[in-house]
Design a protein around this ligand. Structure first.
Ligand code: ATP
Ligand code: ATP
Ligand code: MG
Ligand code: MG
Lengths: 259, 259
């Protein structure tokens, strides 16, 4: 069965989408078959992988709220082995609608762990989450085997981490006892910036091995790539951003069975 | 009556809190009395103005959900003329709780436009919003006279703008007919970066005078200031960040009657 990783942090703009797109692409480079589920109503991961707004008639909304089978909603991207469950604005009302339903936190889990998913022969399912601890994000945490947390190398980002860790513990106690922390990855890191060094020291002191050795540097090629609707690994394969996400993919896969 | 400005953008990490804190401080420097309402469960604006977590027994949650009078919840900050309605983690459940209530989008409006608020003799009330179009953000849009939108000079940030404009139009048609756009301010702008120039050109071509002339440059002093629990205007008064927010305050006040 594929390993399901939720990429989440309720702090905004920390690199969740950038990590989702580029880690997915780097895992595919290593030979994996990867599905990226975009559950953020903004749909940035879908845009970043070239899915036009008019190609998202069926979206993660249909998986989570309409019970449509995964295989009917997901699309092949331009890259062999990389699939996407796109997001559209319908997701904006998902929270309110989920609120009234039975098993409201388990809709995504039921969809991703349905026996029919085996036929897709996936190695990884990544879930790009919105910047909140809403019912959509809780659905991702209940569905996932593990959580990968992008941590921006900034002061406000540290503040949110303890709240997120509390939420993960609550989910483990209520909806998903097996939920593990895949790891915390430092993003937008700038070694010349005192704050980056401070955040790294704080994170490694308090979280130890949970923090990946790989650090993602601030690299303008990472923010340019989405405007060309592709991962940085194909936009600028030799950039620092590409190298960093390849290293992250190697570190993630080394923690599980080989591909 | 004070002018109420909601500082909002559902895209995460674009500079909402940084703009809220520093525009508030710059308006106070011009002689205004300003209240900053923090309705983001992350509570970054509260932290950035030095309100410790254990000093937030009463918060915006009590204003929006418990109907407590504003004067009982707001606190004086360390800067004369600058007040704050702090946020705490209680707000995380506000959306679900608001969902079941009458007048669920008007709780904040009723609190901020209550006649007793006149006695506080405020010139401006700024509202720092979370990165979502949730009921809390809708409460801010229904309460406000106008909306100030920080726009990060990045590709993904442009994508969310049209969604936000649609939401503002919906609010104008349903809950708040007088809602105006105060303006759109470019943030984290780096003139050496092609993307910044592209985003500025796109924004000014499509939105014209709605885009403030003032542009906020990327400036490390802005991201350091919160770790010293103060606005950049007192942390490093001569920094580019301070200068930019002073210019923004002058531009905002020039659009209204003099203080
Ligand atoms: N390492 C990096 N170097 C430079 N720019 C980056 C880096 N990582 C992300 N960015 C840029 O920073 C912005 C925020 O990143 P991104 O959108 O991935 O964060 P997010 O956590 O998904 O945001 P949201 O909370 O809105 O979902 C984007 O414009 C992105 O292109
Ligand atoms: N002009 C700037 N130059 C450099 N850093 C900045 C600038 N503006 C904001 N920052 C930093 O970027 C990060 C994001 O800014 P901020 O937290 O204000 O955004 P936000 O929109 O409030 O985020 P959220 O969506 O999580 O509420 C913060 O760490 C902040 O210190
Ligand atoms: Mg994102
Ligand atoms: Mg904020």
């Amino acid at each position: 069965a594929p390993r399901i990783i939720a990429i989440t942090n309720q702090k905004g703009g920390v690199g969740k989408t950038t990590t989702s797109i580029n880690l997915a692409a780097a895992l595919v480079e290593l030979g994996a078959r990867v599905l990226l589920i975009d559950i953020d109503p903004q749909g940035n991961a879908s845009t970043g992988l070239g899915i036009e707004a008019n190609q998202r008639k069926l979206s993660s909304y249909d998986i989570v709220l309409e019970g449509k089978p995964l295989k009917d909603v997901i699309q092949q991207t331009a890259w062999e082995g990389l699939f996407i469950g796109p997001a559209n604005a319908d997701l904006a009302s998902a929270d309110v609608q989920l609120g009234h339903q039975e098993r409201r936190t388990r809709h995504l889990r039921d969809a991703l762990r349905n026996p029919s998913v085996q036929a897709l022969n996936l190695d990884y399912i990544l879930i790009d989450c919105p910047p909140s601890l809403s019912l959509l994000t809780v659905n991702a945490l209940v569905a996932a085997d593990s959580v990968l947390v992008p941590l921006q190398s900034e002061f406000f980002a540290l503040e949110g981490l303890s709240q997120l860790m509390l939420t993960i513990r609550e989910i483990r106690n209520s909806g998903n006892a097996d939920l593990r922390i895949e790891g915390i990855v430092l993003t937008m890191y700038d070694a010349r910036n005192r704050l980056s060094l401070m955040v790294e020291r704080d994170a490694r002191d308090n979280l130890g091995d949970l923090v990946f050795r790989t650090v993602i540097p601030r690299n303008v090629r990472l923010s340019e790539a989405p405007s060309y609707a592709q991962p940085v690994l194909t936009y600028d394969p030799l950039s620092k951003g590409s190298e960093a996400y390849r290293a992250l993919a190697r570190e993630v896969t080394s923690r599980h069975s080989p591909l």
